[in-house]
Each structure stands twice: as structure tokens, then as C-alpha cells.
Design a protein around this ligand. Structure first.
Ligand SMILES: Nc1ncnc2c1ncn2[C@@H]1O[C@H](COP(=O)(O)OP(=O)(O)O)[C@@H](O)[C@H]1O
Ligand SMILES: [Mg+2]
Length: 311
């Protein structure tokens, strides 16, 4: 369990994290979603005690990170894979981390197997692909068999196999009852991975709900309909409270409602249709709409309004 309460981080003029509160529960994959610069990495560093909050608190398993007796056995994290010592082998990197945390060598070999690093573990890190570095970073995160795991943008730069592997790993860790927080700037990625989403923009909370609820909130569809009787259909649709735009003399765009609604209304009025289709708004566009205000402006009441809309 991770409990974030009123967490705030200011770097000079930049308010990187702004009164953020959310919980990350065990047994689920929680996606931490926000555009670049939203404050995801800063928040994760504060959870891990690597950065000091300007104000607010973070509890990991009920306690501040600094007071955890054996932190690596309680929390594991994949942060920046660029910070590995290039001259070491993967295995020696893990052995150093294990030794400084009182973890045995046998566990090092276990995690090497678990992440599928195998023989590569005996080679120097400087020859590793990005995917191998990610696997090594994840092996390090799992060394202490922690109940809480944080992954900061773990799929960045990975090929499809690597992405699938990480998705399956996150699922397994959550199914084992662990607390899993994984950040990304891509909704499409989180949609396939996360049970819950905590969405932030400009350091502020935008939405905190199940992935299904958030997608439903974003699931705004438009219906395109063509008929020789556009005037009549337009009037019927508006009578039923639908918001409709006229595209040309035959074509209408219904801003809300479904193809079912429009089809039934047309049928009830015996209006023949030439074309009827739902145009799903791309999820990435919908997500930009959700976070758009917070990208352009510093906070404001729109954030709170959108949170409600997304619930
Ligand atoms: N060490 C730092 N010093 C100054 N500004 C920082 C520092 N770390 C992050 N920031 C700023 O804080 C904001 C949030 O950054 P970050 O947490 O890295 O966002 P994200 O991980 O969501 O992309 C950005 O504006 C970034 O430039
Ligand atoms: Mg980041």
C-alpha cells in the first residue's frame, strides 16, 4: 500500500507536484498517467525517499520510506536505467546491490532467471540493449522480493516482445498480491496494463478511478449520419435532446448518443438513411482533452471539473 497525502514539490519556480493525494492498493496494477513533465518521476522519487517533499507525506506500508528497516525488502523500483555502471556485468551489478542490502547470492541468480537475462548476466552492461537494461533494472527491483513495486515508464523504447513481457510481469506481480505502480505518458499502453489509473497533469490530480471508468468517461463517440431528409432528421434528433451539427445538405454529425439511438429515432419517424456510423474518438485525443488544460495552463478549476466528468 502506498498513501500519498497533499504531496507537493517545488523546484524554484516550478511546482512539479501540487497537493497530490491518492492511494495505491495491493493486488492491482495502478497506472500513473500523465504527459511528459506532469510530475510522475518526481512523485515516484518522493515515494522512494530520493527526493524530499516541499510539503505533504507519503507512507509505504503505513510508514515513511526513511523509517523502513529493510527498504529493499519492502519496496523495489525501476527508475532510470541509464544510471547503471557500464563496466560491470549485470550479475555483478546485482551482487553489489544484494550485498549492501544483506541479500544472498542465490537470490541474485533467481532474479536473473526470473527476468530472462540468463547468459547475458555475465556480460558487461555497456553491451546491453535497452531491453536488457530494463530487464536488469527490474531484476534489481525484485531482489528483495518486495511487496511494493514502482516502475517509471518501463516500456519506453522497448520492442513489442519486451512490452508484452513487462505487461505479463506487472500482472503476475499484482496477482501475487503486491502493490504495483507503473507510470506512462501513453493512455493506450496503460489501457492494456492497468486496473486503476491515477491521471495527473502539471503536478495535479486529474482523475483517480478504475481504467474502465476512465475509458467510459473518455468514451465520447460521434455518430455520422447521411440522409436525403437531413432537415427532418436534424429536428427529430434535437427534439430528443441530442446535440447535432450539420456537415452538408445530407450529412449530420451527432455529438453524443450512439448509432442505435440515431437509427431508432430515424426509424420511428420513417426517415430512410443512406449511411450511419459511429466515429470513436481516438483515445489519445480523448486523453489529451482530459489533460489538455493542465498542459497549457497552471491548474485552475477545470482540473476538478474534469475529474468529475471522468468518474
Ligand atoms: N531536479 C529537478 N530540478 C528542477 N526541476 C525539475 C527537477 N526534476 C523535475 N523537474 C521539473 O518538474 C516537473 C515534473 O517533472 P517530472 O517529475 O520528471 O515529470 P514526468 O516524470 O511526469 O515527465 C517538470 O517541469 C520538470 O522539468
Ligand atoms: Mg518521468
Amino acid at each position: 500500500m502506498i498513501e500519498v497525502r497533499g504531496l507537493t514539490k517545488r523546484y524554484g519556480d516550478v511546482l512539479a507536484v501540487d497537493h497530490l493525494s491518492f492511494d495505491v492498493e495491493p493486488g492491482k496494477v495502478t497506472g500513473f498517467l500523465g504527459p511528459n513533465g506532469a510530475g510522475k518521476s518526481t512523485t515516484m522519487r518522493m515515494v522512494l525517499g530520493l527526493d524530499r517533499p516541499t510539503s505533504g507525506t507519503v507512507l509505504v506500508n503505513g510508514r515513511p520510506f526513511a523509517s523502513l528497516a529493510e527498504p529493499l525488502r519492502e519496496v523495489g523500483a525501476l527508475l532510470d536505467p541509464g544510471s547503471l555502471h557500464p563496466g560491470r556485468t549485470g550479475r555483478s551489478h546485482l551482487r553489489v546491490a544484494a550485498r549492501t542490502n544483506g541479500i544472498g547470492r542465490q537470490r541474485v541468480d533467481e532474479v536473473i532467471e526470473e527476468v530472462g537475462l540468463g547468459s547475458a548476466a555475465r556480460r558487461r552492461i555497456k553491451g546491453y540493449s535497452l531491453g536488457m537494461r530494463q530487464r536488469l533494472g527490474i531484476a534489481a527491483a525484485m531482489l528483495g522480493d518486495p511487496r511494493v513495486l514502482l516502475f517509471d515508464e518501463p516500456v519506453n523504447g522497448l520492442d513489442l516482445d519486451g512490452v508484452r513481457w513487462i505487461r505479463a510481469l506487472l500482472r503476475r506481480l499484482a496477482d501475487e498480491g503486491r502493490t504495483v505502480l507503473v507510470s506512462s505518458h501513453l493512455l493506450s499502453e496503460m489501457q492494456q496494463t492497468a486496473d486503476r489509473l491515477v491521471v495527473i497533469g502539471r503536478g495535479r490530480l486529474i482523475a483517480d478511478a478504475t481504467t474502465a471508468e476512465i475509458l467510459r468517461g473518455l468514451g465520447h463517440r460521434q455518430v455520422q449520419v447521411r440522409t436525403a431528409h437531413a432537415d427532418a432528421l436534424l429536428a427529430r434528433l434535437r427534439e430528443r435532446g441530442l446535440s447535432v451539427r450539420r456537415l452538408d445538405d445530407q450529412e449530420l454529425l451527432v455529438e453524443d448518443g450512439t448509432a442505435d439511438d440515431v437509427g431508432e429515432i430515424a426509424a420511428a419517424s420513417a426517415i430512410p438513411l443512406r449511411h450511419l456510423s459511429e466515429v470513436a474518438q481516438s483515445l489519445e485525443n480523448a486523453y489529451l482533452a482530459l489533460t489538455g488544460d493542465s498542459v497549457e495552463y497552471q491548474g485552475g478549476p477545470t482540473g476538478a471539473a474534469t475529474t468529475e466528468a471522468a468518474r
